[in-house]
Design a protein around this ligand. Sequence first.
Ligand SMILES: [Zn+2]
Length: 296
Amino acid sequence: MNFVILDLEWNGAYSKKAKKFVNEIIEFGAVKTDEQFNIIDTFSMLVTPQIGKKLNSRVSELTHITTQELFDSNNTFTHVLSKFKKFLSDSILLTWGTSDILTLIENCKYYLGEEKLSFMTTYCNLQAYCEHKLGHTDKSRQMGLSTCAEQLSISTNGLELHRACDDAKLSLQCFEKLYDSSDIREFIEIANDEFYRKITFKNTVLYDLRNPLIDKKEFYICCDKCGRKARKKSKWICKNRSFRAQFRCAKCKRDFEGRITFRLKYEGVTVDRRVIEKVKGENAEKPKNILSKLIK
Ligand SMILES: [Zn+2]
């Protein structure tokens, strides 16, 4: 089985046809390897934009791609995609995080009217795998590719970061360092209907108390020092989509603010609890101990 690591660059452009912003793909970069991580082939193609006629300054600064280069390449999305399909063949497709695959789905929908990537049979989120292997458990903060490379002492010298093909090569180096044939299978997903439902699921924050998915029994805060349930000293209020109240731990003789956020994810409702320390004499706040659990 071969692996294809794909990285895309895109430009946010307003489509009058769709009456919304579309992340229009401007570059495909990919590396193909065998299971021993020998590079078999690479893929690098620019796409001439059809929606946004000018690159956002942030995109051109980051990628160093110029609008002129894109128009000179004279490749439609459909053309590049058909080349990429041949390149992918029956390999496992991998991307760092889900934004690239979601952007590919978005572009296929826009240009071809297809909801699914019919050419993809199996997919793996490389970021999720690397986070798992590195023991990165804080789900509220995703690990960036360069952070991962840094942790693995992978040098980025000689690579042009934020260019599709080099980002794909860097992802590959991280993958190679962390690859373990015994647990990779758990992260390889079959691209069936459930896969699309899951990957396109929009997480939402629940903050309407009348919502039956908010379980009233979850309204408690434990002291982050001793673990005991803290005593509530004020009413719960809802602010910035989280519920907040003042608490006191009788044992530690500490006062703090407790914050609870309910999120509806594909897997169910999660509850995040935070203890916000009161810093004496200042208004400074620092969030502590983010404890996340799945409740439904
Ligand atoms: Zn305590």
